[in-house]
Ligand binder design. Structure first.
Ligand code: ZN
Ligand code: ZN
Length: 400
């Protein structure tokens, strides 16, 4: 099989990886670049937009740097992604009122999909996106394993994943996101939960959490911390739609969902507006600003919600209130985020950072590579591919 990294090799984001035989062409991931400016230009890949030149596209997870371009590709090319991933993306698209994706089929753990003469086998892994997969391509006895984005510090045991994965593959296409971060070690999601519980236990004011509505593991962490602190958990309509789309054990305010999870709306819509209709279905789980102001809560927020938070501050005391920043530190430097945090600080909220990475640290990458024992490694999704050469260059062929 041929491997062509169209994009996302020596950079983080915009991943597009082609695996091809003489008769079959598939893609692993179809991302946009994290830099908006660059995204105005479509990558020049033959057979992706105008004609159906690929037999299938497999999306490892729903982060836009792996999925974003899926909306633009030729509609004849079958698209595969995880079922829960699709539900999340679908809920998000409906909320935004934007067009959504058509999928040809769902990725399921260890359930192979045959496309031409390539078999693709997905392996469920842990990442800051829910329902993420590593992807194994097999053809005529040759095996290529693509890690997608992954980590060992989530709630899924990493040993379990290692036990599921194939070993002695021909080529490992591995992410290396954290390799450019100095002395980086990932804290586990469980440890983070303990730290949050500790940080909020003596807080008497309101608690806000600034985090991604699509980081389901983090929602679970913050929900658990809220529950252990006898606070209700508040999700805005957007987050509610996402958690409700997955349902089950994920904290959500649907009618049959969690009693202590409630849904709030930051904008007053007319009754006929589609978002009002979405909100209205939460029935007794809906909560108003006035009710919130009389409750003890942990509220999930976004940086676009300042107006609402300010209005809430007029209804209740923000004395001894807390804002937990739970994103990657890089986003803090963006101007919208900087001014949002500044304004929240002016309302009297103390701002603290509580976050852990969605990506494998060095120790995790070493464990994976030593376990898999690939004959060759292609580093991707990294700004430090050199690390693979330094650590494994003597025993394993590193293709850069
Ligand atoms: Zn990524
Ligand atoms: Zn990702």
């Amino acid at each position: 099989m041929k491997i062509i990294i169209h994009r996302g090799q020596n950079q983080i984001g915009g991943s597009i990886i082609e695996i091809a035989t003489d008769t079959t062409r598939i893609l692993f991931d179809i991302g946009i670049e994290l830099d908006d400016e660059k995204n105005r230009v479509r990558p020049n890949i033959e057979g992706l937009f105008d004609i159906k030149g690929f037999d299938a596209v497999f999306v490892s997870h729903y982060h836009s740097d792996h999925l974003g371009l899926a909306y633009e590709i030729n509609k004849q090319i079958p698209l595969y992604m995880g079922e829960a991933s699709y539900k999340i993306i679908h809920a998000s698209d409906i909320y935004k009122g934007s067009r959504t994706l058509n999928v040809a089929g769902y990725l399921k753990h260890k359930t192979p999909i045959l496309v031409g003469d390539i078999t693709v086998n997905p392996f469920l892994c842990d990442h800051s996106a829910f329902d993420s997969y590593m992807l194994l391509a097999e053809s005529q006895g040759e095996r290529i394993l693509y890690t997608g984005d992954f980590r060992s510090n989530g709630r899924k045991p990493f040993d379990w994943l290692l036990g599921q994965l194939p070993t002695n593959v021909d080529t490992l296409i591995s992410e290396g996101t954290t390799l450019s971060r100095v002395d980086f070690v990932s804290e586990s999601e469980k440890e983070l939960e303990e730290r949050v519980v500790e940080a909020i236990k003596n807080v008497s004011g309101p608690i806000f959490v600034l985090q991604s509505s699509m980081n389901i593991d983090r929602i679970v962490t913050m929900y658990r911390a809220a529950k252990r602190s006898d606070r209700i958990f508040l999700e805005d309509l957007y987050m509610s739609e996402i958690t409700t789309a997955i349902g089950g054990s994920i904290p959500n305010p649907s009618v049959k969902g969690f009693d202590d999870v409630r849904c709030f709306l930051t904008t007053g819509y007319k009754m006929e507006h589609f978002r009002y209709q979405l909100f209205d279905k939460y029935q007794a789980k809906k909560i108003s600003k006035t009710q919130i102001s009389k409750s003890s809560f942990v509220m999930c927020i976004r940086s676009s919600m300042f107006r609402y938070i300010k209005l809430l501050s007029e209804k209740m005391s923000f004395t001894d209130g807390l804002l937990i920043y739970s994103f990657w530190s890089g986003y803090r430097k963006q101007s919208e985020m900087t001014s949002f945090l500044e304004e929240c600080g002016q309302l009297g909220l103390k701002i603290i950072t509580m976050h852990t990475s969605g990506h494998a640290d060095k120790e995790t990458l070493i464990r994976l590579i030593e376990w898999i024992k690939p004959k060759a490694i292609v580093p991707v999704h990294t700004e430090n591919a050199e690390w693979f050469s330094e650590v494994f260059g003597k025993e394993i062929k590193i293709i850069r």
